[in-house]
Design a binder for this molecule. Sequence first.
Ligand SMILES: Cc1cc2nc3c(=O)[nH]c(=O)nc-3n(C[C@H](O)[C@H](O)[C@H](O)COP(=O)(O)O)c2cc1C
Length: 226
Amino acid sequence: MITASYGACFGGIYVKVVLINGSPRKNWNTAQMLESAAQGCRDAGAETALYHIYDMNVKGCSSCFACKLLGGKSYGKCALQDPLKPILEEIWQADALIIGSPVYFADVTACTRALLERLWFASLAYNRERMVISPKRLPVGVIFTTNAPQEGFHKALNDLVVRTMGAFVGPTELIEANDTLQFDDYSKYDASMISEEHKRRRHEEVFPQDLKRAYELGQRLLEQKP
Ligand SMILES: Cc1cc2nc3c(=O)[nH]c(=O)nc-3n(C[C@H](O)[C@H](O)[C@H](O)COP(=O)(O)O)c2cc1C
């Protein structure tokens, strides 16, 4: 479940970045973008922990409202006991957060959605004076990978995630890798509308630049550390 964790120091201060892979695939586009972002963080002196959450049997918000129960022990925290719970706790201990997801039907993947529901809803109170009850602010990077050919194709999704993350977690920067390579061998699949030649060229020429942008995102996030 956790694939990378390296200790390091940042000017004598310990800095920790949690990365979440919401793709079911642990070595493909989203995972590679996240590995590159993690490397950027480590080269800037941080410790990183990358979680592949798809296999964890995670659940979305159960609407138990324990996170809003006045005087309750889970006030402001998600009470649902599953493998996401310790990860949510680790996120609030961290100095930066990076979430990666493929776009599935113009949304994040189901497991990413489960995490976002619980991260965001536990940080929200229906309170006129104080709607945001998150324990702190931390910088966030979001990485989406898409089959869609260009950035901003899923603008409504991007806007929602940047706005909501910005409200409940911290200043959020989103980058995308578009027109990604989806299979090893296109001739084996029913995919005649896609040109394998185009996909391979794109993967060789553009994806390395996407990886570099992910690396730089990782480095930039740490410049905003508290
Ligand atoms: C179930 C499913 C739904 C998808 N829906 C979209 C979509 O709405 N828009 C899009 O641009 N790509 C869509 N894709 C393509 C993936 O987002 C894209 O290939 C992504 O880079 C895959 O990430 P991965 O290689 O990390 O698994 C979809 C793929 C799958 C499997």
